[in-house]
Design a protein around this ligand. Structure first.
Ligand code: AKG
Length: 271
């Protein structure tokens, strides 16, 4: 019988200084939050679901820039009871609620983001371009499943960019990389592109601009993410086709004006 992977758990809780840093920067890299051995033990299970559920079969050279950046497999929790226990980890949802300063958070969706060996860079973008939400109270936790030094393409943030409005209308593309590199550099946002060790993770707001370098190593950059929304988040009228798709796929049956409360958006933590 297969041995269950140990549950994720952390005593870490957001203190006033961390909360202030998150409010100011729109992102925070948190060191040593999870037990490194436990995180590493999850890599084979999550990798197997990426192999099983991946729909990208073109060779790297034949893909566009977005396609070269990573294999993206979403809402694994619906297909794997094991990964569901990872994605629904209460402590990680609690930290999200503490950072957002909200009563409760819901699942928006999960995503494995595997940057293959020789995989390309992830262009600058802000996630909330894709999401039809009334407020900025939505956050992604980014959890690397191995040490992630510069050569593997760690996530990099333009700190304090969450209220910068230039480039918010750009999807992940060559254009977003070019335009945002220029605009963010001109505006002199500090960039945190520091490495992650196993057990480190980060949280970033939906409007915080971020990118990642290419994977110059011979091993995949294995990352699992969960996106949380304020449990009271109201859905807005979609402003682009990607938001129309998100509404249909991640909030089935919901309409603008509703709370994000479809069967795919359970509350994962409540104070
Ligand atoms: O993992 C990456 O390269 C990009 C991740 C990202 O854009 C996100 O989690 O919002």
């Amino acid at each position: 019988m297969a041995v269950a992977t140990p549950a994720l758990h952390t005593e870490f809780s957001v203190d006033a200084a961390t909360r202030a840093r998150f409010d100011r920067n729109g992102c925070v890299k948190l060191r040593g939050v999870l037990d490194p051995t436990t995180v590493a033990a999850w890599a084979p299970t999550i990798s197997q679901t990426v192999i099983d559920l991946n729909t990208e079969h073109l060779p790297l050279a034949e893909r566009d820039t977005y396609g070269k950046a990573f294999l993206q497999v979403s809402n694994i929790w619906q297909s794997s009871e094991a990964v569901k226990s990872f994605a629904f980890t209460e402590d990680l949802a609690r930290i999200a609620a503490e950072l957002l300063d909200v009563r409760a958070v819901r699942m928006y969706h999960d995503q494995a983001l595997y940057k293959e060996p020789s995989g390309g860079y992830t262009p600058w973008h802000a996630d909330q371009y894709y999401w039809p939400f009334a407020t900025d109270r939505c956050v992604t936790v980014w959890i690397p499943l191995q040490d992630t030094p510069a050569e593997l393409g760690p996530l990099a943030f333009a700190e304090t960019s969450q209220s910068f409005e230039i480039g918010r209308e750009l999807a992940i593309s060559d254009e977003s990389e070019r335009e945002l590199q220029r605009a963010l550099t001109e505006a002199r946002f500090p960039v945190d592109d520091s490495a992650y060790a196993l057990g480190d993770l980060s949280y970033h707001l939906g409007w915080t601009f971020h990118r990642a370098g290419p994977n110059e190593s011979a091993e995949p950059r294995k990352v699992m993410t969960m996106i949380y929304v304020d449990a009271d988040m109201v859905i807005t009228e979609p402003t682009n086709d990607n938001q129309v798709r998100d509404l249909r796929v991640w909030m089935p049956g919901m309409r603008p004006g509703d709370i994000v409360a479809s069967p795919l958006n359970p509350i994962l933590y409540e104070r």
